[in-house]
Ligand binder design. Structure first.
Ligand SMILES: [Zn+2]
Length: 372
């Protein structure tokens, strides 16, 4: 009898360690069933480098979110007294004063991460963002950060090339898709195994319907030049006032297919099999679930390419869990129509597959290169 009890106890313990899927790693088994998503796109700090602590974020994640990326915003919004006097701008739309690259964000993120226990750390994938993508020295900054904070980072980004009002507000040379500095960054990321989150509006703000998306061809050329680099194109190339291609000419619902077609062509192209899309940001969700036709088109595309989309919030320093889960809730109509396996992959599975591979590659690179 005693032996029987011991055997069954051992079996039960074995069951916990083997059967809990990887994406719950770092999550206590009892919460396994309640996890909604892994967040492939999360900002701990805002445009004035302020935000909640990582402990507060862990609380907000609770047992609803198992894993999350962790990055700040690589740009500081300057508070120019000449421009806004005593009014302290907290966002880039609140002043005409410029934005400038803020490299200390990487040290801040690394030190927040280092405050955690090993188990807590396993739930996060810190990302390097504090570099100027128009600088041929940017790749050296990324390497310096890896050497200064070994064992911390999994990838680079979110960093931006074309981003509505932001790009033109950045002090210094404007970043571009044809700048070889971007190639050197993506080249280095591919060599190390760093996963890349790239924000690049596919089109210009408030573009006229029938026009070819302004930045699509250049973006495809960049992506094809770096096939060894795992890239996540943030927001499916959409943005606040960067609407889906073809959007708005007749009923939004009807015209939306154009953007879907463009994304489908990219997903079908073997030269871009290293390209993934995140559907983060409420400004993106508003388009993807804008009506039954849009939901149907997204569902068809995602069910066909379930491994190539990742959910993310793009939330910046949330005050509480309700606020943090809002983007996920906006997608409720889509979670309903997607095939269960597609939904699981987009919400949790693809994150684990891509970020675990990147983590391992970066650790291996560090092992091989840090002594040099
Ligand atoms: Zn973002």
């Amino acid at each position: 009898m005693k032996l029987q009890i011991r055997v069954s106890a051992l079996l039960w313990i074995w069951g916990i360690f083997v059967l809990v899927p990887r994406e719950m790693a770092g999550q206590s088994a009892s919460n396994a069933g309640t996890v909604l998503y892994n967040d492939s796109h999360f900002h701990l700090t805002n445009y004035i480098q302020e935000g909640i602590s990582i402990q507060k974020f862990l609380e907000i994640m609770g047992n609803k979110v198992a894993r999350s990326t962790l990055f700040g915003i690589p740009l500081q919004q300057q508070w120019s007294y000449q421009n806004s006097g005593n009014f302290a701008p907290g966002y880039y739309l609140q002043t005409d004063a410029p934005l400038y690259y803020y490299s200390f964000t990487d040290a801040y993120i690394a030190m927040q991460y280092r405050l955690l226990s090993k188990e807590q750390q396993s739930r996060f994938d810190p990302m390097i963002t504090g570099f100027n993508p128009a600088d041929m020295y940017a790749a050296r900054h990324i390497e310096r950060v890896l050497r200064t904070f070994p064992g911390v980072f999994t990838g680079i980004g979110e960093f931006s090339i074309h981003k509505e009002f932001v790009s033109s507000k950045v002090a210094g040379e404007v970043a571009s898709l044809t700048n070889p500095a971007l190639d050197s960054i993506l080249e280095f990321a591919g060599k190390v195994g760093l996963i890349v989150i790239l924000h690049n509006d596919m089109d210009m703000p408030l573009a006229k319907q029938q026009s070819q998306p302004a930045y699509l061809e250049q973006m495809k050329e960049v992506l094809k030049r770096h096939r060894n680099t795992t890239v996540i194109w943030a927001h499916i190339g959409l943005g606040r006032i960067v609407r889906p291609v073809g959007y708005g000419s007749s009923s939004p619902d009807e015209r939306f297919p154009d953007h879907i077609e463009i994304v489908r062509e990219i997903l079908e192209d073997p030269a871009m099999s290293h390209v993934h899309f995140d559907i983060s940001w409420d400004e993106v969700a508003k388009y993807l679930v804008s009506g039954p036709k849009a939901i149907e088109n997204c569902t068809k595309l995602m069910n066909r390419f379930p491994d190539r989309f990742l959910f993310g919030t793009d939330v910046v320093s949330p005050p509480d869990q309700k606020f943090y889960l809002a983007v996920y809730d906006m997608y409720a109509p889509l979670w309903k129509t997607l095939a269960p396996e597609t939904s699981r992959k987009i919400r949790t599975g693809n994150y684990v597959r891509l970020f675990d591979i990147a983590r391992q590659k970066v650790r291996d690179w560090e092992k091989q290169n840090l002594l040099k």
